[in-house]
Design a protein around this ligand. Structure first.
Ligand code: FES
Length: 106
């Protein structure tokens, strides 16, 4: 398996953090954010794509994030979050496509 180094910039609660990881080090972007940033109430359903608490706004991305798309559209619609740059982080895989990703956690 490929273990490319990845850099991700995350703004949460007004603080910007640069997070380093490797391809497939975490099951999803939500798992990485939970592990590195300890945000209250983030990722409540554990990555099932159902709770909508792991929404991130993608500010900049060089590739197209690889998605699992398990329940993602329905959950975003139910939460009234249908803008293209809003995604469930639990449905985004940690791979080369998200290197240099910049996200904001609304
Ligand atoms: S963790 Fe629940 S929808 Fe992503």
């Amino acid at each position: 398996m490929d273990h490319t180094e990845l850099t991700i910039r995350i703004t949460a609660e007004g603080q910007e953090s640069t997070v380093l990881t490797k391809s497939h080090e975490y099951r999803s972007l939500m798992h990485l954010i939970t592990d590195k940033l300890f945000l209250d109430g983030f990722g409540e359903c554990g990555g099932m794509g159902k709770c909508g608490t792991c929404i991130v706004e993608i500010t900049s991305c060089t590739g197209l994030p690889t998605a699992l798309e398990r329940n993602e559209c329905t959950t975003l619609e139910r939460a009234g979050k249908t803008r293209d740059n809003l995604r469930l982080s639990c449905q985004i895989l940690i791979d080369e496509s998200i290197n240099e990703l910049i996200i904001n956690i609304p």
